[in-house]
Design a protein around this ligand. Structure first.
Ligand code: SF4
Length: 285
């Protein structure tokens, strides 16, 4: 008799299989398990059917949505100079140093985005992470929970992190702006320029070996100049004594899953810099 998966496990499994398939990884093997082999094999068939169904849905969605490479950065204004790199914080003090920045922000009203905010989304993860991700700003789920990347894009980011052989708790994640822009629009330069000094301070405290900018907005405000994403991807940018890598924002990858393979190529550059090997299929950490 086929083993039944609960719906949450099944959905997570479907997402994971689709993600690896989108990366171009199509060969999977199963480690020997103690369960009845017949039951184990029977589980794979409904998963494959669900993946096919999900891909059909995605393909229908692709036909009805308009795709841009990434959201454009609105109106041209000069970028303020990035703050000086702060003195290194000892590893044992980094969590407290991040909390000090959060306390200093308080119930922030420094820019207009505070008016539509439910929760300020400061950042999340290991204060001593070797790898840090920077996104654009909170969406609806993040605004509700006060944590970065917890919605569908967050699930995809979690899969990307797992594909790199890491756990989410082992990385640090923050955004350019800490409050949700209305309608998930791109932050205005004034908003991003007001908020980003806090991001630079977070980066200087965590001091990761590798920083990954997710999307054009993050890349623009980190690097301090506008350039199409295509010109920034696929290489390492020296940044505040770290290695900066630019890739697509997970929300964009949800809209255009065909680019996941490109994003995986970018993440492999990050893995190379970190000396990481992708986990073998079927292994669990
Ligand atoms: Fe303050 Fe940043 Fe929120 Fe603007 S986006 S109100 S600067 S925390």
């Amino acid at each position: 008799m086929a083993r039944q998966l609960d719906s949450a496990t099944r959905d997570a499994l479907v997402e994971r299989v689709r993600f690896y398939r989108d990366l171009g990884l199509t060969e999977f093997y199963r480690r020997p398990v103690d369960l009845n082999a017949e039951a184990a094999v029977a589980v794979e068939e409904p998963v494959a059917a669900l993946v096919a169904e999900a891909e059909q849905d995605e393909s229908q969605r692709l036909q009805t949505e308009t795709f841009l490479e990434d959201q454009p950065i609105p109106p041209r204004k000069p970028f303020p100079a990035a703050p000086e790199v702060a003195a290194a914080v000892p590893a044992a003090d980094r969590a407290a140093a991040l909390q000090m920045i959060r306390d200093e922000m308080g119930d922030c009203t420094r820019c207009a985005l505070h008016t539509g905010r439910n929760k300020l989304v400061f950042g999340d993860g290991d204060a001593n992470a070797r790898l840090m991700f920077v996104g654009e700003g909170p969406g609806a789920d993040e605004d509700a929970q006060g944590l970065p990347f917890v919605g569908r894009a967050g699930q995809l980011l979690n899969n990307m992190i797992a594909a790199m052989g890491l756990k989410r708790e082992e990385v640090y994640i923050a955004n350019v702006v800490k409050c949700r822009p209305p309608g998930n629009r791109t932050p205005e330069p004034e908003e991003a320029n007001t908020c980003s000094p806090f991001l630079f301070r977070q980066i200087d405290v965590v001091r990761p070996q590798v920083l990954v900018a997710l999307g054009a907005t993050a890349a623009t405000y980190l690097l301090g100049h506008r350039q199409p994403l295509a010109g920034l991807r696929g290489r390492v940018h020296p940044f505040r004594g770290m290695q900066l890598i630019v890739t697509y924002h997970p929300a964009y990858l949800l809209r255009d899953p065909r680019q996941k393979k490109e994003a995986w190529a970018d993440l492999q550059i990050a893995m190379r810099e970190l000396g990481l090997q992708a986990p073998k299929a079927g292994s669990s950490r």
